[in-house]
Design a protein around this ligand. Structure first.
Ligand SMILES: [Zn+2]
Length: 187
């Protein structure tokens, strides 16, 4: 994990005005859809959807819970896909373990080698981590203090994501990204 985070921090430094020389890597926590929904609505539990999942939440950054910040990444969809591939190869049939079972949650936290592999294999997931790392760098360098509002940093985070996909020759899964980057960063 550390190597991936370090590589992404260097990527941010060479594709933006930010220096990452004094940036402490954040803690990365891998979560199911239900867990990340619960984290997002921690202060407003009455707003959690009835099924416990807000499908729009893929990743979160919390600058202040720990001294070096925390990034939450939703990984269950990638885990499920991996299981399908493995079981198909082995048995010729498809079996998906329920992503919210206790076993799979425990392995999400403990199996960091496999989480690193998940990031290696899934650039879409890696770009979500990159997006939150941009916010981490914006916060730790003090750039956010100069922003007219907290949303301002979204523009840079979304546009760097676009550049990341372009450099890796991967089709951007986010249509009209420039438009939304503008909308999301409006103060
Ligand atoms: Zn963002």
């Amino acid at each position: 994990m550390d190597a991936i985070v370090q590589a992404l921090l260097f990527w941010i430094a060479s594709n933006s005005q930010h220096s990452v020389d004094n940036i402490k890597p954040p803690e990365i926590v891998f979560m199911s859809a239900a867990q990340i929904t619960s984290e997002y609505y921690a202060a407003h539990r009455e707003l959690i959807p009835d099924n416990g999942i807000d499908e729009r939440i893929w990743a979160l950054y919390d600058a202040e819970t720990t001294s070096s910040g925390t990034i939450y990444l939703r990984v269950d969809e990638f885990k499920a896909r991996e299981k399908v591939t493995t079981s198909t190869a082995l048995r010729g049939t498809t079996f998906i373990q329920a992503p919210n079972s206790d076993n799979s949650l425990a392995s999400m936290h403990q199996n960091t080698a496999s989480n690193a592999q998940l990031l290696e294999d899934n650039p879409i997931l890696t770009e979500r981590l990159l997006h939150e790392l941009v916010h981490h760098v914006q916060f730790q360098t003090g750039a956010t203090k100069t922003y007219p509002c907290p949303a301002f940093g979204e523009k840079e985070a979304y546009l760097l994501g676009q550049r990341y996909f372009k450099q890796r020759h991967i089709e951007d899964p986010f249509p009209n990204r420039r438009f939304w980057a503008h909308v999301y960063s409006r103060c």
